[in-house]
Design a protein around this ligand. Sequence first.
Ligand SMILES: N[C@@H](CCC(=O)N[C@@H](CS)C(=O)NCC(=O)O)C(=O)O
Length: 192
Amino acid sequence: MITLYNADRCPYVARVRIMLAEKGIDFEAVEIDLSDRPAWYYEKNPTGRVPTIEEDGGPPLPESAVILEFLEERYPEPALLPADPADRAFVRLLIFRDTDLTSPYYALRRGEDGAREQFDAAVGRFDALLGEQPYLSGADYGLADIALIPWFLRARDMLGVDFHGFPAVADWLARLEQRPAIAAEAGLVAAL
Ligand SMILES: N[C@@H](CCC(=O)N[C@@H](CS)C(=O)NCC(=O)O)C(=O)O
């Protein structure tokens, strides 16, 4: 059994929620109040951040990108990384460089000067990529889509961003929301 230390509003935890749903993995969620974190949580994750997971009460594993890779290896079906090493490397690169999206997103959320232009430029780069391939992970849906969609959903539903000026991104979002795991996350964001 997997235990997930969770906060609904956190996009990094959203990655893990989506991954668990896609793999059909049962888990127990333990809610962490980020505005009043219990002292014991720092023993699970010294940074105090969510997500952290535990498998069968084993050692805690923090860091959403590492958790995604762990779950992919522990539960290989359905495969969510491409078969070819070069394609896998490209997926990992997109996740490694997630700040290309998240930094402009947080700047926009903080209302910084020029943030909208920076955010649009970042989304434009994803739009160009999605004009060339159907998913961020390549030919098939997978880890890069899961890792990055939480910020697209929050930008749309919490910051009021309209992606219609980015047709490939809008189409990708619509296709992803057909998936129950993503639809569930979109529902959760709508309720925040
Ligand atoms: N690099 C971490 C980032 C996780 C993160 O920043 N989580 C936020 C919530 S969305 C958090 O716990 N913030 C509390 C804090 O920074 O003290 C990951 O990918 O898991």
